[in-house]
Design a protein around this ligand. Sequence first.
Ligand code: HEC
Ligand code: HEC
Length: 449
Amino acid sequence: METRWFHAALAAATLVGCGDEPCPIGSIRAVDGLCYLFEADTGQRPPAPVQGLVVDLDADIRARVLPTSPLPALPASPSNRVADDPGAAALGEALFFEPRFSRSGQLSCASCHEPERFYGDGKRVAFGEELYPRNTGSLVNVAYYNWVLWDGGCDTIWCQANQPLENRHEMNADRMGVVHILASDAGLRSSYEMVFGALPDLSDTERFPEHARPDHLDPEGALNLDWEAMTSNDQVLVNTAFANVAKALEAYQRTLVSTESPYDTFVAGLAEEDAVQMSALSPAAQRGLVLFFGEAGCTRCHSGAHFASDQFVNVGLDTRSWLLYEDNGRFEAIEDLYEDTFVASGDYSDDREWGIQKLDGLEQTETMQAAFRVPTLRNLTHTAPYMHGGHFDTLAEVLGHYNRLEETTFEGVRDPRLAPLALSDAALGDLEAFLRSLSTEAAPRGRRR
Ligand code: HEC
Ligand code: HEC
């Protein structure tokens, strides 16, 4: 087998080194002892051996696997009428990489959501203008979530986008300042006005001070006092432009959808009985698939093509030294959903009825204590560390947690559906190989080409 793929692949390989020296980065030592660069220009790996399906997939598992690929079309975002407008996405892209909004003038969304790190930051917890004790979520495929943030504290992506701008731990900007920058930069302004129409005239500094924002944490601070001094009509003008900034950011983030992973190739092969495509999953990953959809019970929570769900679950994690406070997750977030100005049920929504229905019947319950949204399992290879507080550095550690469930949750109770898996190291390795197969090699480039 081993030699077979080398022979097949050598046809497409370039000789890049020889002798006993280590092979140059990106190249592989072939059976003849020489170093070859495989399709270096396209970044493609050498073809895997054609082993086809090596596990026994019963009808039940087969029926559950098939609908999990490919990723379906994005769900609509009714409260944002420009969610799929290319002009809004172009503006959103410029805003995403714009550092002038932040208090220090140095942070943009992309500082923490780095494109080459799958729009995450590779850290346990984020550090912006101050430490922010949550793990930075990858933005790839974020538009498939029904609730945004680890605790679901936002009901749409545009609702979320305003928060990091003003959050003192993140960019610590203020909405008045943001709208001034938008109005004074000719490029941003024209791109904004093409999508949303004219910006208000902000030249009267008595009405529109340089900086202002509502600030419940510092009610006597200048930012809050200046905001309070504005007329409610002027506040609405500024809030409208600020909400539009967020809607453009959502339009851009909706373009960050991942491409075909080895798992997707495998499922396409399964549907068509195509052994070559099914070979995209190694034998270990195929064994892991059987565990994942079967005995290990992962799909009770990580379901559908996004391998996520709308459930909020306490998986029984203790705190960590780098987490500043005990994080109550969904329990407290429910309040944000009713209080935030920029939710889908609020004044700046393009479909309030939809937003009101989404919140219908939602109230705090005890099971929400320290419960977090079930995250996607796509692209995990690129998004370590894991869990809402970066609790685990590696996938092996995450699986070790599910295997033993040794930690005690600091608050609430662990979801009763979780019991120690008690799998062998070999079986855990198979599960990990399966999880890795859900990753694509390169991050989506959004609009950037
Ligand atoms: C200081 C680092 C930092 C900056 C700057 C930042 N973010 Fe984030 N972002 C985070 C962290 C940390 C989380 C996870 C927070 C949580 O879930 O509570 C997050 C979560 C998100 C999410 C939700 C992801 C999910 O899985 O639900 C979106 C969307 C997002 N950020 C967009 C943005 C946008 C747009 C900007 C710029 C306006 C931005 N972020 C700026 C750190 C940052
Ligand atoms: C009862 C629901 C539930 C089950 C069953 C479950 N998970 Fe999870 N999983 C979650 C939740 C909730 C989180 C996020 C927890 C947090 O951050 O507090 C999570 C997080 C993860 C993460 C980290 C993802 C990231 O981006 O940080 C991985 C990996 C993972 N689960 C894999 C699995 C595997 C593999 C199985 C099966 C062995 C499994 N899960 C079973 C609910 C579940």
